[in-house]
Ligand binder design. Structure first.
Ligand code: SAM
Length: 234
């Protein structure tokens, strides 16, 4: 369970209505039951339910069970697509350990309104489900041009380019240096030539192929993070 509250052993942590409802009605847990809790800062702790009812409740923190895990300094940038597929990308990026998720508006991005509050809630659920101790921050959408204008040259960019389809997939060994990274997945319409040139012009960027077929953006996000993980993750 994710609770945005300090979690030191001995501490009593209040539960909001929705959280108490989730524990009592969805998980069918009552007073005395044990729950694993994290807040993204203090690792994971074992807590015991003191009360969980219709109007809220409380937990008492008993012991630390896992230290805080530092996520790799990996951002996932993606052009938002249809709602369900965007949800999928956020969920999978959280499971794969992204530290930050940024919806990026490219020239061919054709998305309705991006609800970052909803996406952030999906990230929380995914982190709860995968036993992580960290919830990535979902940033407000930003235009690709503006993002590249302020790009930190120390952050390497792996941009997945459908124009390279069939060019032999993977992150070339010479490019696989440790340090801060970002992966960029384009929209259904792909990238424009102007965008490609801008990205290729960054100090540390690498255009990557994801194999011999054009993948949907949500599949591409998972494939790209897997490639990164196998080259640079632990
Ligand atoms: N409309 C584009 C086309 O037909 O060429 C396809 C865009 S694809 C659905 C969406 C994004 O997924 C691309 O911008 C790229 O970032 C990524 N992608 C999909 N397949 C890829 C591949 N084989 N290699 C590299 N990137 C790929």
């Amino acid at each position: 369970l994710y609770l945005d509250h300090p979690l030191a052993p001995g501490q009593t942590v209040p539960l909001e209505r929705a959280q108490a409802h989730y524990l009592s009605s969805v998980m069918r847990l009552g007073a005395g039951a044990e729950v694993l809790v994290f807040n993204g800062r203090d690792g994971e702790v074992l807590a015991r339910i003191e009360e969980a009812g219709k109007r809220g409740g409380s937990l008492r923190v008993e012991a630390a069970t896992k230290p805080q895990m530092a996520p790799p300094d990996l951002w996932l940038l993606f052009a938002p697509i249809k709602k369900a597929r965007t949800d999928f990308i956020v969920e999978k990026a959280t499971e794969m350990g992204a530290a930050r998720i940024l919806p990026v508006l490219t020239d061919y991005t054709n998305a309705e309104r991006v609800r970052t509050d909803r996406l952030q809630a999906h990230a929380v659920e995914a982190a709860e489900q995968c036993g992580g101790t960290y919830v990535p921050q979902v940033a407000e959408p930003v235009k690709l041009g503006a993002l590249l204008d302020g790009w930190d040259p120390a952050r390497r960019l792996m941009f997945c380019d459908e124009a390279l389809v069939g060019a032999g997939s993977g992150l070339p060994a010479r490019a696989a240096a440790p340090g801060p990274w970002a992966i960029l997945i384009g929209p259904e319409g792909g990238f424009t030539e102007v965008e490609r040139k801008r990205m290729a012009g960054l100090e540390a960027s690498v255009a990557v192929s994801l194999g011999p077929r054009i993948l949907r953006a949500d599949t591409a996000a998972v494939a790209a993070m897997t490639l990164w993980q196998s080259a640079l993750g632990d």
